[in-house]
Design a protein around this ligand. Structure first.
Ligand code: C2E
Ligand code: CA
Ligand code: CA
Ligand code: CA
Length: 275
């Protein structure tokens, strides 16, 4: 340990330097990954609970690292946000996903996740408009999934951008509902097309009556506000039946299909036995 000149000893300095070094390497590789085309978009169906057919498909990004294999988004999106890479990466995701979705049947929508950082970029509306124009995907077939963090921006800039996006004709969906703070107030701020019920509530549906009560309450609240509902993380038929009974309109999860290549999507037949 060495003195920092104020009589304190910085025992942890070497370890911290090593961490900082690793962090810098990770950031460098992440930037390079976009140039080297190492990102992939996987697609997961969202079904209409009445028919169990895909009514939408969510685009989920992954990093195909040359040494470490497939890296999930939770591991690199926060860093991409910190270093600003989420702006060009987000544009690439939107552009690529829209081009692929333009070939799908007319009644299948594309859902794309947007980071709160993209809302501060200043040109998100143009980026979305350009992606639609280049791909030929009609605006009404694009759903943009956001979390309440977009609405937390102090200057309400996020809210203004949301209104401009909605004016293009795209749908705005509130993701991860119920996991943040004072979520109910956000439903008054903006007319979302749909609310996604977080998978943490769906996971315990069959065993916990409080989760069933929460899901029913959210579905009824959404209906009263003229919004739809999608339940995430549906893995079992039992969960599907409880969601159906609760009046939930759409569902997404491993029961219907894991995220995978666009070529593996099944868009013309039921993905589970409809009741
Ligand atoms: P999210 O938007 O809430 O996405 C749903 C996550 O649940 C996905 O994880 C999906 O693979 C997973 N999932 C789907 N069905 C099931 C299931 O039945 N059971 C369980 N346990 N999980 C299921 P994934 O792909 O790892 O994505 C994690 C998060 O990363 C996403 O959460 C989203 O916040 C973010 N993300 C993914 N792709 C993008 C992107 O293109 N842009 C941005 N900004 N964020 C993205
Ligand atoms: Ca999402
Ligand atoms: Ca979610
Ligand atoms: Ca999430």
């Amino acid at each position: 340990a060495k003195s920092d000149g104020r009589g304190c000893y910085r025992f942890f300095e070497p370890a911290m330097d090593a961490d900082a070094q690793l962090q810098r390497e990770f950031e460098f590789e992440l930037r390079e990954a976009l140039v080297r085309k190492e990102f992939e978009i996987h697609f997961q169906p969202i079904v209409d609970i009445a028919t169990c057919r895909a009514c939408a498909v969510e685009a989920l990004v992954r990093w195909r690292h040359p040494d470490h294999g497939l890296i999930p988004p939770d591991k690199f999106i926060p860093v991409a946000e910190e270093i600003g890479l989420i702006i060009p990466l987000g544009e690439w995701i939107l552009d690529t996903a829209c081009r692929i979705a333009a070939d799908w049947p007319d009644d299948v929508r594309l859902a794309v996740n947007l980071s709160a950082v993209q809302f501060r970029s200043g040109n998100l509306v143009e980026v979305v408009r350009d992606a639609l124009a280049r791909s030929g995907l009609p605006a009404a077939r694009l759903e943009l999934e956001i979390t309440e963090s977009v609405l937390l921006q102090k200057d309400h800039g996020g809210l203004a951008v949301l209104h401009d996006l909605a004016a293009l004709g795209v749908h705005i969906v509130l993701d991860d509902f119920g996991t943040g703070y004072s979520s109910l107030s956000y439903l008054q701020l903006f007319p979302f097309s749909k609310i996604k019920i977080d998978k943490s509530f769906v996971a315990d549906l069959p065993t916990r009556s409080d989760c069933a009560a929460i899901v029913c309450t959210v579905v009824n609240l959404a209906k009263a506000l003229d919004m739809g509902t999608t339940a995430e993380g549906v893995e079992t038929v039992e969960q599907l039946e409880l969601l159906r009974a609760a009046g939930c309109r759409e569902a997404q999860g491993w029961l219907f299909g894991r995220p995978g290549a666009a070529s593996a999507l099944v868009l013309d037949q039921p993905l589970a036995a409809p009741r």
